[in-house]
Design a protein around this ligand. Structure first.
Ligand code: CDP
Length: 243
């Protein structure tokens, strides 16, 4: 006999006990890696990600250089041990796609024109994956850019909304991601109130899309507060006068 997975229980809660509009516990830190110019760690539930920034430095090979602005090179990568079924260590098609969407989101907030002919390298390393890695990866990358002191119009904070058993839910876990009817990763530049990443896998009605975006906004505002707190903690001692 096969028992069907109950994603939304009778009392309206989810498989892990959360309410539909409830995020997983999130934790963030900035300045976590010695060898990078900027770095960050972001955890959302069981998803754990490090981001590291190198540069800005002169772009090589030279033909990549843009005369009036910097370019961002982004590598999103999942460790082989980050998922239940061992992943090949090389870059998959999915990782190339996610590197591209994270890079494009960052390009919309970083003041690239401050660094002509330069390159900024962004590394996003997924250590443990339980869904939402592209959005948590972008959240970590923008925190790491701020840690590196790179001027930006805003931070980027992202979360995935999904439609699970007919209900819109915030911050999908992998169990939900695997069985959802739609998966809507959204990232915002919260104080600019603009969307910097938006993808949709599956189908949503117009009204569901609107409601999904509102739900995502609630999540990204919360993540934005955590990003600011992580930066305040990181730079708290800078204002202190030594005795
Ligand atoms: O991680 P994100 O939700 O942004 O992207 P996805 O392609 O929708 O992947 C959802 C989840 O599937 C990942 O976060 C992993 O937990 C899992 N996954 C996996 O187990 N093995 C892979 N090779 C790729 C993804």
């Amino acid at each position: 006999m096969t028992s069907e997975l109950v994603l939304i229980k009778e009392d309206g809660t989810r498989i892990d006990g959360r309410r539909p509009d409830e995020m997983r516990p999130a934790h963030m830190e900035a300045g976590v890696l010695e060898n990078a110019e900027g770095s960050a760690f972001v955890q959302m539930g069981k998803t754990k990600i490090y981001a590291a920034i190198f540069g800005p430095r002169e772009a090589h090979p030279r033909h990549l250089a843009q005369p009036h602005r910097a370019i961002i090179q982004c590598r999103y990568h999942m460790a082989s041990f980050s998922v239940t079924e061992r992943k090949s260590p090389g870059m998959t098609r999915r990782e190339h796609e996610l590197s591209k969407v994270i890079k494009e989101a960052l390009e919309s907030v970083v003041f690239l024109e401050e660094y002509p002919r330069s390159v900024i390298d962004v590394f996003v390393e997924v250590i443990q994956a339980d869904a939402g890695t592209r959005t948590a990866g972008l959240t970590a990358a923008s925190l790491a850019l701020a840690d590196a002191g790179i001027p930006m119009a805003d931070l980027c904070a992202g979360v995935a909304v999904g439609k699970v058993a007919g209900t819109l839910v915030l911050d999908l876990s992998e169990d939900e991601d695997k069985h959802c009817e739609a998966d809507l990763p959204v990232a915002m530049a919260p104080s600019l109130n603009s969307i910097v990443l938006l993808q949709l896998n599956g189908r949503l009605t117009k009204d569901e899309l609107k409601a999904g975006l509102q739900l995502a906004k609630k999540g990204t505002d919360l993540l934005y507060d955590l990003q600011k707190k992580a930066l305040q903690k990181r730079f708290a001692s800078y204002g202190e006068v030594p005795e």
